[in-house]
Design a protein around this ligand. Structure first.
Ligand code: CTP
Length: 219
């Protein structure tokens, strides 16, 4: 199967030297792409600005903003079997982006923002029989929000975690997640390395997608 995986933050520039973003390291998405390759699949990694090495065998497309990420995914989705949206997409961007550096004397302390597109919702019309998985990073018990997001975004799976709990979150190498599927199942994984979490996620996606159509070549 062909996995299309997003990773990292997006950056929403207000001028060439200033942007809105978040502390996502990209580790989880890179681990999912690497796990897909290890399991014998193809992986295309659409990455926001991160400083991680591309997993061997993955094709990487670097993007900056949420709109850039959506454009890249629209180009790639037709040939993909699975979309895993682990990117921490910025929900808002500055209403205007100046081509040259803004001087502080030109700024009045008010930043006008506009909503970014919801990438998963924008891609939903192109979903067809593809398997769509998302992440829900919450502070506190993520279950209610994860189930809402799975429903609202039309997902087959959502991987939820409490980013405020020890060993979880953006920049660390471990994670503790609960995996919710559209069939109503819930799987709680223990705290483990993101690479191990990724391997379990790929295995679960494969089993569910295999149930839907033949062709999963997991080793
Ligand atoms: N996502 C997306 N497009 C966005 C924002 C998020 O596709 N503009 C995806 C993320 O990659 C993730 C899922 O939606 O797979 C949930 O993201 P999250 O940030 O938890 O939720 P939001 O929909 O942004 O809601 P909120 O910020 O209100 O929690």
């Amino acid at each position: 199967m062909k996995f299309l995986v997003t990773a990292g933050p997006t950056r929403e520039h207000l001028d060439p030297v200033r942007f809105l973003s978040n502390p996502s390291s990209g580790k989880m998405g890179f681990a999912v792409a690497a796990a897909a390759i290890r399991a014998g699949h193809e992986a295309v990694l659409v990455a926001g600005p991160v400083s991680l090495r591309t997993p061997r065998g993955a094709r990487r497309i670097d993007v900056v903003s949420a709109c850039g990420m959506l454009d890249a995914l629209k180009r790639e989705i037709a040939s993909a079997d699975v979309l895993v949206m682990s990117a921490a997409v910025a929900d808002w961007r500055p209403a205007e982006c100046s081509a040259s550096k803004l001087k502080k004397s030109e700024m009045d302390g008010v930043l006008r923002l506009v909503r970014n597109p919801d990438i998963l919702q924008s891609l939903h019309p192109l979903k067809g029989s593809r398997f769509f998985a998302g992440f829900a990073a919450e502070t506190g018990d993520p279950e209610a929000e994860a189930l809402r997001k799975m429903r609202d975004k039309g997902l087959d799976m959502i991987i939820a975690n409490d980013v405020s709990s020890p060993g979880c979150g953006f920049a660390v190498s471990t994670n503790r997640v609960s995996v919710y599927c559209a069939d109503g199942s819930r799987t709680d994984l223990p705290l483990m390395r993101k690479s191990a979490v990724a391997a379990r996620i790929v295995k679960m996606i494969c089993a569910l997608a295999r149930g839907r159509e033949a062709g999963c070549r997991s080793r």
